[in-house]
Design a protein. Structure first.
Lengths: 344, 328
């Protein structure tokens, strides 16, 4: 079995501001093989984006990461600036949420892609790099690519821009693509096209993809495995099927219940089941003390009792994996009660 | 592009003609009789009338304006016989107190104003952009706090006060700099610069404030921009990223500079007065004091022309710097 493309071990990220430091990510461990897609889900502030940025070492100055991150055999946390430059855009690339702000308003589309090429291979001439840009734009489905390279970002539609950003990220055939909410800023029909494009290119290039999203619909249509983050910690990890059909963490179950479904069955009264919101708001990182960060919002915490408040649950293997993959959950409950049990 | 420039130039001509009319109308609305200053003392009504007719200031505003426009195209002749004065086209008017046409008065004064403007422009750009960039890079640091105070001071203190302070401190107290006079560049470049250091300091101090603020704000915006993170994610070095950040700063700075420099070229009345420099600002002031219509109109039009040209240059440069303002 080849080494995984991405290996994260005990990653913690803390922000320091005015002498006070707060952990935004705690003890995260995950591996990802080539050709597979891992979705990282969670609500705002759960640490999804910052984890993605830590992998590329694009953290803001106030943040620092501990632990171990290996991308395509390269230790990212101990790498020096030169090594990082070589890795970024070549071994690992990123697709950003907002394609408008991710592209420089002063450069045309072709210049962005050509820059990505030439930053990693000085032997490519400017002309050749622009030709590569045209090829790449064609590959991501932009019509009249020879004309499109000369356009500026503001002249593109949102969907076209995101295609261009994908072209820019993939032009050097990275082993790992970090897609940070790649479809959030797009309307629904375009979302589906972009997701399909990402899937297709992933198959073609055999790359691993870390898909950061808060949208279970996106996750369901694109991911192989899912990592659910809550307050910077792993809440649950497993295959898409495990997570969707047999969630082992009350938070995951809550997220599922809060996701609209087109195939929702009608209940006994002939009405659609109402979406259930998770009560409360995400735990402030500063307030995080002992115990499970989700406990204040958890309907099942009473069943466990005091343990939820005093002891942080660690991710433990669940036996009930439907497809033999790894299924972990960080909950003191061994399994979630069924609806009938809850009703009782 | 050429049609665009041509169209702008045509608009500019009409704008200048309108400005000339307003200036002439205002002058006659507010000023005392120009002939009084020229007729000497005592000034009997009969003589004054003659002088007025000779200077052609006895006619209506509209007639004056018509003569002015005619002078621009075909030249203008005042008086007749031995007293006849001719002003060649394009004639911006004739200054009777100076016994000279306005065009040559302006060209005479231009070197002083040009020297003043050039040095002040360079100095304010260096200080403004330099301090602005430093305070953005080390935000909240010592330089930032100093330059913020410096800029606030520069924006709020009137020019004459700064001018008088510089003359007082460097001229009289420290006896380090000359406080008046002008030496032409061709005569002695060193003396030229030496005499201008004071006025340069004053003008650039006032002007630099704007550049400090704009550079700082714009660079802070750019430095936190996502497209620079994306550039790093592509594998660019911090140097390459910073160089790209400068692009975004250039746009508003160029726009500001185009206007400032043309305003400077139109003459800085106060600085010239404080340092007794005989530039365009000083000329304009003397024109006002002596009720010399031709000078007032001439210098006003010259300044307006420069500002229009400055605007045009800025409008042509900006799309080159920022593709978002390119016309479709």
């Amino acid at each position: 079995m080849p080494d995984p493309v991405l290996q994260v071990e005990d990653l913690s990220i803390s922000f320091t501001s005015g002498g006070v430091s707060a952990d935004v990510v705690r003890d995260l461990s995950v591996t990802l093989d080539g050709g597979r897609t891992l979705a990282v889900v969670g609500e705002s502030g759960s640490g999804k984006t910052i984890t993605g940025r830590a992998i590329m070492q694009l953290l803001p100055q106030a943040a620092s990461a501990r632990g171990r991150i290996v991308v395509a055999g390269r230790e990212m946390l101990s790498a020096d600036e030169r090594e990082l430059r070589r890795a970024r855009g070549s071994d690992v690339a990123m697709v950003f949420q907002d394609s408008m702000s991710a592209l420089s308003p002063y450069l045309d589309i072709g210049a962005h892609i050509a820059q990505a090429v030439r930053l990693h291979d000085r032997s490519v001439s400017r002309r050749a790099a622009r030709l590569r840009a045209v090829e790449m734009l064609e590959r991501v489905g932009i019509p009249e690519p020879a004309d499109a390279v000369r356009r500026f970002p503001h002249e593109f539609s949102g969907g076209m821009r995101q295609r261009a950003v994908i072209a820019m990220a993939l032009v050097n055939r990275p082993a790992l693509l970090i897609a940070d909410e790649p479809t959030t800023a797009l309307d629904v029909t375009v979302q589906a096209q972009i997701l399909a494009l990402l899937r297709e290119l992933q198959q073609e290039f055999g790359m691993a993809m870390l898909l950061i999203s808060h949208d279970f619909g996106v996750v369901a249509s694109a991911a192989d495995d899912v990592l659910v983050l809550y307050a910077g910690r792993e809440a649950e990890y497993g295959s898409l099927r495990d997570i969707f059909e047999h969630p082992a963490h009350p938070y995951t179950a809550g997220l599922r219940g809060a996701t609209p479904r087109l195939d929702a069955r009608l209940d006994s009264n002939g009405e659609r089941t109402r979406l259930r919101a998770i009560p409360g708001a995400p735990t402030s990182l500063r307030d995080a003390g002992a115990g499970c960060a989700f406990a204040p919002r958890c309907a099942l915490a009473d069943r466990v009792g005091e343990r939820c408040v005093v002891e942080v649950p660690l991710p433990t293997l669940r036996t009930a994996s439907t497809d033999g993959g790894v299924h972990r959950a960080a909950c003191h409950l061994d399994r979630l009660p069924t609806l009938e049990e809850v009703a009782r | 592009m050429i049609t665009y420039i041509a169209r702008r130039m045509v608009t500019a001509v009409f704008m200048l003609l309108a400005i000339a009319f307003v200036t002439i109308a205002l002058f006659f609305g507010a000023s005392k009789d120009p002939a009084r200053a020229m007729c000497g003392k005592p000034c009997p009504a009969e003589t004054k009338e003659k002088v007025s007719a000779y200077m052609q200031t006895d006619q209506s505003v509209v007639w004056q304006y018509g003569q002015f426009v005619k002078g621009l195209v075909a030249g203008r002749t005042y008086g007749e016989g031995r007293q006849q004065v001719h002003c060649d086209a394009p004639c911006f008017g004739y200054s009777f107190p100076n016994r000279s046409d306005v065009t040559s008065l302006i060209t005479e004064r231009l070197p002083v104003t040009l020297s003043l403007a050039a040095g002040a422009a360079v100095l304010c750009l260096v200080v403004g952009i330099g301090l602005g960039a430093l305070s953005a890079i080390r935000r909240g640091g010592l330089v930032d706090r100093f330059s913020t105070g410096f800029a606030m001071f520069g924006l709020s203190v009137p020019t004459f006060l700064v001018g008088l302070l510089v003359v007082q401190v460097f001229g009289f107290m420290l006896n380090a700099l000359p406080y008046s006079g002008f030496v032409s560049f061709s005569e002695s470049p060193a003396d030229w610069a030496w005499h201008l250091i004071g006025p340069w300091m004053v003008l650039s101090f006032i002007l630099a404030a704007g550049y400090i603020r704009v550079t700082r704000t714009q660079l802070l915006n750019e430095l936190s921009a996502e497209h620079l993170v994306a550039m790093t994610a592509r594998g660019a070095s911090p140097r390459q990223v910073n160089r790209h950040a400068v692009r975004g700063v250039m746009v508003p700075v160029v726009a500001m500079f185009a206007l400032d420099v043309t305003a400077l070229l139109g003459g800085s009345v106060i600085a010239e007065k404080v340092f007794s420099l005989h530039g365009l600002g000083d000329l304009l002031l003397s024109g006002v004091n002596e009720s010399d219509l031709s000078i007032v109109v001439g210098v006003t039009l010259f300044s307006a022309f420069l500002i229009i040209v400055g605007n045009l240059i800025a409008d042509l440069l900006m799309p080159l710097l920022d593709p978002r303002i390119r016309r479709a």
